[in-house]
Design a binder for this molecule. Structure first.
Ligand code: SF4
Length: 240
C-alpha cells in the first residue's frame, strides 16, 4: 500500500497553548494587544501559505529492519528497536506543510522581522506535528478497513533524529519511501526540505507495545521527554 494524500489546513490548525509553549509563554496567558495582533498576523500568513501533503507506504518487517539500520549510527538500545519487532503492521511516512510556508518563515528572518518569524515558526512546528498525527490516524483507519481488529490497537510514529534513531537514518528512509512524490528532498546534513516536514515509521500493534520506561542511554540527554505526553494520551484512550 502506498498512499499520497492532501490534508485540509483546518486539520492541522495549530493548538494555541502548544504554540505559546514553544514561544516560552505559559498556557492560557492573556496576551497584550501588540502580541495578540502579531499572533493574528502570523495565523494569517500560515493560512495563506500552508499546503499540507503526506505519503504513507507500508513496509515488511525485514525491509524496515534494513531501513532502520541506516548507516549503523543508531544507539544500541532505542524505543524503535524495542517496539518495531512487536508491531503487527508498519509503514514509512512523511508529511510536509509545503515550500511556501517554509519560505515565508525564512523571509521573516532575512527581513529581520524576528517576532513574526519566531511566531510563525512555532505555529508551523505545531502544525507539522498535527500533520504527522493525521498520518497516524490515516494508517490506523486503513488497517481497520482492511480488517485489523487487535483489541486496544494503536498506531504511533517514531522519527530519525529522536530517541537514539540517528538522523542519518533519513537517507535509507528517503530511499525506501521516495517522498519526492510530495515535494520532499533531503540535504547533505539529512535535513528535510521543506523544513516544516516530519518523516519516520508508523508502528501498529496493541497499545502496550508502545509502553517503555525512559531509561535508554539517550534519555539521559533528553530535555523534552515527549514520550511521557504520548504515553499519557495513548493510555487515556485517545489513541488512533
Ligand atoms: S525520554 Fe526523551 S529520548 Fe527517552 S524515550 Fe522519552 S522522548 Fe525519547
Amino acid at each position: 500500500m502506498s498512499d499520497v494524500f492532501t490534508v485540509a489546513p483546518e486539520e492541522v490548525s495549530p493548538e494555541r497553548d502548544a504554540v505559546l509553549a514553544l514561544l516560552g509563554i505559559p498556557a492560557g496567558t492573556q496576551l497584550g494587544d501588540r502580541i495578540e495582533r502579531l499572533y493574528t498576523h502570523a495565523l494569517g500568513v500560515l493560512g495563506e501559505t500552508i499546503a499540507p501533503r503526506g505519503l504513507i507506504a507500508e513496509i515488511e518487517g525485514g525491509a524496515f529492519d534494513a531501513v532502520y539500520a541506516g548507516d549503523g549510527k543508531n544507539a544500541p538500545e532505542t524505543p524503535v528497536a524495542l517496539v518495531a519487532p512487536r508491531a503487527e503492521h508498519r509503514a514509512l511516512f512523511a508529511v510536509t506543510l509545503g515550500e511556501p510556508l517554509s519560505r515565508a518563515v525564512a523571509e521573516c528572518f532575512t527581513g529581520a522581522d524576528f517576532a513574526l518569524g519566531y511566531t510563525l515558526d512555532a505555529m508551523a512546528s505545531v502544525a507539522a506535528d498535527a500533520a504527522a498525527a493525521v498520518a497516524e490516524r490515516r494508517f490506523a483507519r486503513t488497517l481497520r478497513e482492511r480488517g485489523w481488529a487487535t483489541a486496544d490497537g494503536a498506531v504511533l510514529r517514531y522519527s530519525p533524529g529522536y530517541c537514539g534513531w540517528d538522523i542519518t537514518g533519513q537517507r535509507r528512509l528517503f530511499a525506501a519511501l521516495q517522498p519526492g512524490a510530495i515535494g520532499l528532498t533531503l540535504n547533505d546534513s539529512c535535513l528535510m526540505q521543506p523544513l516544516k516536514s516530519v518523516s519516520g515509521v508508523l508502528l501498529a500493534g496493541p497499545r502496550t507495545i508502545h509502553k517503555f520506561p525512559p531509561t535508554f542511554d539517550c534519555c539521559a540527554r533528553c530535555a523534552e521527554r515527549t514520550c511521557r505526553d504520548r504515553l499519557a494520551t495513548l493510555f487515556a484512550g485517545a489513541a488512533h
